[in-house]
Write a protein that binds this ligand. Sequence first.
Ligand code: NAD
Ligand code: KPL
Length: 303
Amino acid sequence: MTWHVLGAGSLGSLWAARLARAGLPVRLILRDPTRLAAYRAAGGLRLSEAGHTHLYPIPAETADSPAPVQRLLLVCKAYDAEEAAASLAPRLSANAEIILLQNGLGSQDAVAARLPRARCILASSTEGAFRDADFSVVFAGRGHTWLGREGQDQAPAWLSELQLAGIQHTWSAEILGKLWRKLALNCAINPLTVLHDCRNGGLADYPGEVDSLCAELGTLLQQCNQASAAEGLHAEVQRVIAATAANYSSMHQDVAQGRRTEIAYLLGYACRAAAQRQLAVPLLQALHQRLSAHLAARGLPTT
Ligand code: NAD
Ligand code: KPL
């Protein structure tokens, strides 16, 4: 079965190249005919790993290509996911399966509402990749990917193809907990690195701010029926800050490079979830406001 991959950016290229390397059929879905022509001129996707670069001439098409799509990896930014999914709706088979690989929460529900007949699998990844040129990606950090459908204990058999491709993954029937946990880590670390203009390790200078945010996030997780995602949150945030001390957070990198952030699917989602439960989260709200003002002052979207 062909793996259609929509989103030939950092993670999408990383997945597509490894699937193709394992001999699995892969097709890229690119944004428009101009991107398709640029891709064809580049001759394929380049993946650099441990100092070696290989070219993978993976076939590509645009969303309006006629062939049906049965298996889709949707791997774009959270703010693009709903529109990207809608562009493929006419091509999806009746029992299509879609892996949604977006950070944060909110985009997955929006996609599922747009494609009610598709079976959506949610994913949360700690792998790291970045683009060093168009259609060229660097595998920057090994990590792990959690995949799952809430309440479904068994992974679909076809997911074993990820093992063939060397994509480390685990199925989880509690995937929402994984996504909430990552959201909480990102809310505790990323906005503060932007506002203090520091690397992750620089947050060691603001222990009070980090501690009180973690406490508020823990209460929110519990109110959202995610008690296990709240367990040990503060200790994990401190561990991640120490382990990634020399790195700039992904949100810091986005802002520094003038790119739109996923704020609406991280802090924005957390604040909306609290409001729906009439839970007061003054620190998260103040952080959201400060970050929004910071982005607006730089001409970046706040949604
Ligand atoms: P990216 O911006 O590098 O790539 C996204 C790609 O999707 C871009 O090439 C964009 O042009 C394409 N795209 C968007 N809309 C499209 C459409 N309608 N049709 C065709 N293509 C479309 O993003 P990324 O870094 O790969 O991140 C994807 C998601 O994974 C994000 O939610 C991110 O937070 C998450 N994530 C990324 C990393 C990482 O290391 N890069 C790690 C963990 C999680
Ligand atoms: O995921 C991250 C990011 O930078 O987006 C970490 C390293 C966990 C910081 O929140």
